[in-house]
Design a protein around this ligand. Structure first.
Ligand code: F6R
Length: 622
């Protein structure tokens, strides 16, 4: 969703802001803009459309402008348009703001400001922020108010006053033409990181926009703000209490977020899965002692071992990983588990009994629904564990304990390597809890051994990419697809359908295969592609029955099966194979051909795979 950038240093700001905005593109956006300061008034350039459209309307960079803010907007309040694009200038023309988040009481504030004489140009909630800061800046200089401001400058005081009136979420970068060497950043609910370089500062909603300049950063927490100028920076709460923040190392490199030889980040990340999983599991699998070591949650392992019930909460692809986790915990650890959409959990008056542990799963660690569900679960007394990729993200900081994926940055909007890494972490946790509860040591050792071979087995599947491209090509004109699986592979069917929908814009449904007969079978017409996950396992014969039902109605079967299964060949119009592994390890393999199928279908349909329409990488609004 919206991406924020601000630069203050000795270099010319405009090209730095544009490069940084390109690094934020993957978050999803529909318009972009910059505001530059240095030679007098604030100079704003903004437009709907891509950064390339913004570049076309930019003037030559001005060497005097060494400070600026920039934004990629994902529309919430007001359609994508130039007028609604950020930065927004206040009615006095002195304050410019870029914003990520939603101001819930913007309607009331807007009416009040209009009554006070403030003019509005856009439909956005962000303009209310600019105008409210501008209002306090223009009016708030009575002796009384200046006294309250405790010696701080008027700009900072006005920002604090305005933010104290705001309900909702914000990540903000703000400039004021009277202070051409100052940027203020503030955060509540939306991420904001300050990169601290050599005589330069980069404030961004995402570390991907910072690493090119520095890997040293401070992570703002909710209701905190930072004031930056050439002398340095200071951090406070928005209630004006000074706080000190620790400088942290950003844990990934520029190389990891660049495309290299791949045409798209999504394809790069699909192919990175063997390495991502090796890193995720490396150091955690202790084959000598038949154990899994999950250092981060050491002090919670006894509580987890004794837990009576697990609730997994997540959204989208992470939710599908959670569904796999449900099977894993029940089968391997014999712990009752259920998976819930985070957005439903938080509004459902959930029952948290003594001994319930909540596991939240999130790649970005910023998904607002998951974050809010974590807070809800904590408030109701649950211990909450986070399975998160982005180090230092909001969910990672809010949960009681957690396990990082260590899958490396995921830039492709369609989540791929994060899914397999989430399932790998859930598998490790389930095996370890199972070992502590009831699994014999020789059995645990066998499981651990098989798990450690998964990265190599994914590599074997990746070799079929060209074959899968041909399958996508043969079915590319079809507008309705079904994905069917059973048991551990039922969540994979959901994930396969989601992948196809989000980047190819082909309508697809994922279902537990047996459910097909209870309605969706009516959809099957001649030539409709139906993707089956029919790997070796206890439900193999049942799914063969479902394949026959589809073929009898003219459906075309694309079957993911186990290598060496000769019988399946006669039932598949197209066959993709995976190496033989126990059923509980299959999801990490069966999902890979479905990721490739969706990828190739999207490319064949000429879609921008890394920037699918309407989608955002990290969903920071409800
Ligand atoms: C789909 C996808 C989304 C995310 C979902 C949750 O490919 O990426 O469905 O899985 O928005 O995001 P995180 O995992 O960041 O909480």
């Amino acid at each position: 969703m919206c991406g924020i950038i601000a630069y203050l240093g000795k270099k010319v700001a405009q090209p730095i802001l544009i490069e940084a905005l390109k690094r934020l593109e993957y978050r999803g956006y529909d318009s972009a803009g910059v505001a530059l300061l240095g030679s007098g008034a604030i100079r704003i350039k903004k437009t709907s459309g891509r950064i390339s459209a913004l570049e076309k309307i930019l003037d030559e960079p001005d060497a005097a402008e060494t400070l600026g803010i920039g934004h990629t907007r994902w529309a919430t309040h007001g359609k994508p348009s130039t007028i609604n694009a950020h930065p927004h200038l206040d009615y006095t023309g002195k304050i410019a703001v870029v914003h990520n988040g939603i101001i819930e009481n913007y309607g009331t504030l807007k009416t009040w400001l209009q009554n006070e004489g403030a003019a509005f140009a856009s439909e956005t909630d962000t303009e209310v922020i600019a105008n409210l800061i501008g209002y306090f800046y223009a009016k708030g200089d009575s002796e009384e108010e200046q006294k309250k401001s405790d010696g701080q400058n008027k700009f900072e005081w006005s920002v604090q006053r305005a933010l104290q009136e705001m309900h909702g979420t914000f990540g903000l970068a703000i400039v004021c033409s009277d202070f051409p060497d100052t940027i203020i950043g503030a955060k509540r609910g939306s991420p904001l990181i300050l990169g601290v370089g050599d005589n330069e500062y980069i404030l961004a909603s995402d570390a991907a926009a910072i690493v090119e300049h520095t890997t040293q950063a401070i992570y703002l927490a909710d209701n905190e703000m930072v004031t930056i100028n050439p002398e340095g920076f200071h951090t406070k709460t928005i209630d004006n209490i000074t706080i000190s923040k620790e400088l942290k190392q950003i844990e990934f490199s520029l190389e990891q977020i660049e495309l290299g030889d791949f045409p798209h980040h999504m394809l790069k990340e699909i192919f990175e899965q063997p390495k991502a999983l090796s890193t995720c599991m490396g150091g955690r699998i202790d084959s000598r002692n038949n154990r899994i070591k999950l250092g981060g949650i050491d002090s919670y392992l006894r509580e987890l071992t004794r837990t009576k019930r697990l609730i997994l909460i997540a959204c989208g692809t992470a939710f599908h990983a959670g569904l796999v986790g449900e099977f894993l915990f029940e089968q391997l650890a014999r712990i009752p588990a259920e998976t819930e959409y985070a957005s439903e959990f938080r509004y459902r008056n959930p029952i948290i009994e003594d001994g319930t542990v909540v596991i939240s799963i999130s790649q970005s660690g910023e998904t607002i629904d998951t974050l809010a569900a974590v807070e809800e679960a904590k408030e109701r007394g649950a211990t909450v564990l986070g399975i998160v990729n982005v180090v230092g993200s909001s969910i990672a900081r809010t949960t009681d304990t957690g396990i990082y994926l260590h899958a490396g940055p995921e830039i492709g909007v369609a989540s791929t390597k994060a899914f397999t890494a989430q399932v790998a972490v859930l598998t490790m946790l389930a095996i370890e809890l199972g070992r502590r509860r009831h699994i014999r040591s020789d059995q645990a050792s066998k499981y651990i051994d098989e798990l450690s071979q998964i990265p190599d087995k994914i590599s074997q599947i990746l070799n079929q990419s060209d074959h899968i491209k041909q399958i996508a090509s043969a079915n590319i004109d079809q507008d309705n697809w079904l994905f069917l699986g059973r048991g551990f592979n039922y969540p994979v069917a959901l994930e396969g359908a989601l992948k196809l929908k989000e980047i190819s814009y082909i309508h697809a449904e994922g279902l537990p295969a047996a459910e097909m007969k209870h309605g969706p079978i009516a959809l099957i017409v001649d030539g409709m592609p139906v993707v089956f996950i029919a790997t070796a396992g206890p439900q193999y014969n049942k799914i063969m029955g479902n394949i026959a039902e589809v073929r009898a109605r003219g459906g075309k079967t694309i079957v993911v099966a186990t290598e060496g299964d000769e019988n399946i060949k006669q039932h598949a119009d197209h066959l993709i194979t995976i190496p033989d592994v126990p059923e509980f390890l299959q999801p990490m393999l069966t999902v890979v051909p479905l990721q490739l199928l969706a990828y190739h279908a999207a490319v064949l349909r000429d879609h921008d795979v890394d920037k699918p329409r309407n989608l955002a990488k990290s969903v920071t609004v409800e």
